[in-house]
Write a protein that binds this ligand. Sequence first.
Ligand code: ADP
Ligand code: MG
Length: 700
Amino acid sequence: MRPPILNPLFASLSALPGIGPKAEKLFARLLARDGEPPRVIDLMFHLPSGFVDRRNQPKLSEVVPDTVVTVAVTVDRHRPPPPHRTRVPYNIETHDDTNTLTITYFNARQDYLQKLFPEGETRYVSGTATLYDGGLQMVHPDRVVDAAGFKKLPLIDPVYPLTEGLHPNQVRKALDLALARVPKLPEWQDQAWLTRNAYPSFADALRSIHRPATPDELRPESTAWSRLAYDEILASQLALALLRAHMRGRAGRGSASEGRLRARITAALPYALTPSQQRATADIVADLAQPQRMLRLLHGDVGSGKTVVALLAAATVIEAGRQAALMAPTEILARQHLSSIAPLAAAAGIRVAILTGRERGRERADILAALAAGDIDLLVGTHALFQEDVAFADLALAVVDEQHRFGVHQRLALARKGDAVDLLVLTATPIPRTLVLTYFGDMDVSELREKPAGRQGVDTRTVPLSRLAEVIDAVARALDEGRRVYWVCPLVAESESVDLAAAEERYRALKQRFGDAVDLVHGRMRGGDKDRVMERFATGATRLLVATTVIEVGVDVPEASVMVIEHAERFGLAQLHQLRGRIGRGAERSTCLLLYRAPLGAAAKSRLAILRETDDGFRIAEEDLRLRGEGDVLGTRQSGMPGFHIARIEVHGKLLAAARDDAALMLARDATLQSPRGSALRDLLYLFARDEAIRLLGAG
Ligand code: ADP
Ligand code: MG
């Protein structure tokens, strides 16, 4: 399937001379290949993180100590350490016509150094020069070359992220060999666009970044880096556009409704819909009435009230005599949805059921039978919903909650459960505008911008851990007033059991003081136990809930109005915002106490300050992006932007819109990528691992 012209790039690194099994393992780790053999292309996309400037080439007498210099010296003599005195360094005396230089190695092999520094010959050494004992010294030069090597010595020498055990020289050598293999590929970018941006070709861009002539070429803003970033972004936009065309292309069915069921639901609500909830509902109802498939994202901050909009969407297709499914990422959330939806559904005469990993045997069989018979209108559940044997009578709408935990793959799987299923994705993750396009470029977007009326907001304070006793007293007062409190313990240590032990210890300590009012919930608990704990807290049977971050997503107990977060400095900003979103949902004014271990670093300080200042998830997301660069915006622990190696959103984000238009225009002209540019774009999809989308071209 893969075009043969790409083969050199997809060759395994171990096919390069000099890369044996040991080095291959190290490269696999470096390039995060997850058990797969590392390939030439992976190394090509491993971009430098900095550079060493070797342009400074003074005479020895002009060397400024503690700077990087490249000097030409004549080798005088070797002074190896005495036998068995391995702590004594190996010195090599050298000179030029102005001064002398001692080159020093620790734990070096003599035969190796003899070869590297033949006595009486000239060598070019590059590294940091220092003053030692009044003489000029260079310890472990970075580079040692002869006259021929000097001609090829890169004056701007890129520095790469490494992994333990891998030497920079190994990476450099592998890159030399790999670069030589980059084929000249047909251009997939629009010529006018290339010219306007002065972008080099793909191969030249790689060479420019790995073998830069000036430091400027190594900046993400350079034309070379931008070209590669644009390639990557275009590949992802094209894949999303293909998915969209594929879903849209297969005719959908309109689900027309007068809105009878919706009216009954809104009548049963104890509140009025916000204007943006009304707008989003109207968008969705209009989409559902169309004979084309709906692909819509409902994007709203925590607590903005997405669930009821999803229910109104479901009611629309149910009124048309069809079925809906609502998929949540966790068991807790699925049950939560069920319990908040059940009374409203009852008021509207909608039949609801739940299906998760916990429904088994007889119970599960009954649910599946009722589903297939059309006796269930709305099925709520986890990914258990798209298991093989789950068959709907007539699934019209799939709602996927908190979508960034799923992928395009799961979207397709659920959508295949019915005849041209409409898709609604809910996400609570505050994503900056630029990222929405990256991740959901294939979807229409409805936004819930305002919080429901009557919310009191959250008073957020930062408190050092040393004042823990006062915090516990404050919790005591809150409990006395009948309030409900979350106490969040972080999951951060290498080992989950260590973290869990910390949470359990906090639980025991609080239980000593507050007795049966205290409960504990964590991720290691069995589903049923978890539900019972949440249920007791929701009903008020317990009022202080010690939790690990399992409560992060979606849990809704409006009566909870206090949250204590231990070691807040260890959480990402987005994650803290998500956590805090669990309170401030009722009519009562809420309080969030961020406990931190002093002293706080500058970055942690600004993070916590932003939380004190605002609870606007969009602003927090933008600030997060600014503070951290691209990492962790989605709260996906430490990892960068999933799926992107080269593009940096803060630098290349502005290319997204162009790439989206470019992809759309391309597919409008050449939907199956048959033209010369289309076929080059297929290459691009392979290069950036978006080739799954190519299969959609074949399938109807
Ligand atoms: P999220 O968008 O985080 O999923 P939910 O759908 O869980 O938010 O809603 C959060 C809380 O707000 C729930 O208790 C819900 O009943 C309530 N709610 C939703 N819409 C409104 C509204 N228009 N007015 C008042 N409360 C609302
Ligand atoms: Mg929700």
